[in-house]
Design a protein around this ligand. Structure first.
Ligand SMILES: *[C@@H]1O[C@H](CO)[C@@H](O)[C@H](O)[C@H]1NC(C)=O
Ligand SMILES: *[C@@H]1O[C@H](CO)[C@@H](O)[C@H](O)[C@H]1NC(C)=O
Length: 212
């Protein structure tokens, strides 16, 4: 009797599981990113705490070295139509390939920041300065190559677009990010939208890995 009940329960479970939409399994060789959802900052702060100290995310200093990278990534994200992002991750991938932001069939370059290594070799100076330059270059490279290397969820890009819009466009958002170096300054300069924009960007796995 018990066995029969379990069998029925199992059958029902399988039926309900197969009724769910199929997960997208083709990663196209991209580094998968996880989507930590945050709107007001509180949820993400809890998740970010697991790997990166809260203060480090909140007070990440986007110095002038990040000018080009931020300019480029925010403009790239802002260009992706909402309709594409609303269709989901596969539609996003196809759009990025069609518009040259992401390689198609070719094996994607792993996000190992090897170009950044060459940049740092050009720099001659004391070891500490080198280490810091290498660290910044690695982070900058990760941001520049973000859409090409990482499967950032479409839903996250939709939220980033929303913050960019709230801040008055990509160029304005970059200016604000470069001008405010602490959470308090971000709140003052751009409100929660600026704090959330910084957190979302810094929360993307590739960025997190290379910037902290
Ligand atoms: C951020 O970096 C800039 C440039 O190095 C520096 O002038 C500024 O004091 C830094 N801000 C903070 C809060 O550390
Ligand atoms: C870095 O420099 C080396 C030596 O000049 C070169 O072989 C390599 O291809 C360069 N890597 C990148 C990513 O440009």
């Amino acid at each position: 009797m018990k066995f029969q009940l379990l069998t029925v329960a199992a059958a029902l479970f399988v039926a309900s599981a197969t009724a769910l939409p199929a997960a997208q399994t083709d990663s196209h060789g991209l580094i998968p990113d996880t989507d930590d959802f945050v709107d007001d900052g509180t949820i993400e702060l809890i998740e970010a705490r697991a790997t990166v100290a809260n203060d480090a995310v909140d007070n990440f200093n986007f110095t002038a070295d990040f000018d080009f990278a931020l300019d480029r990534i925010l403009a790239e994200i802002d260009e992706i139509p909402d309709e594409v992002l609303e269709k989901g991750d596969e539609a996003l991938h196809q759009w990025l390939v069609a518009h040259g932001n992401r390689a198609g069939n070719e094996k994607l370059k792993r996000d190992d920041a090897s170009e950044a290594e060459n940049l740092s070799i050009l720099e001659r100076g004391e070891l500490a300065a080198r280490a810091s330059i290498w660290k910044i270059a690695k982070c900058v490279a990760a941001i520049v190559q973000l859409l090409g290397t990482t499967a950032v969820p479409a839903a996250k890009l939709l939220r980033i677009k929303k913050y960019i819009k709230a801040l008055g466009g990509a160029k304005k958002a970059v200016k604000l990010l470069l001008g405010a170096t602490t959470k308090a300054e971000r709140l003052k300069a751009g409100g929660q939208a600026l704090v959330s924009l910084a957190s979302e960007l810094l929360g993307i796995s590739t960025v997190k890995k290379n910037c902290f």
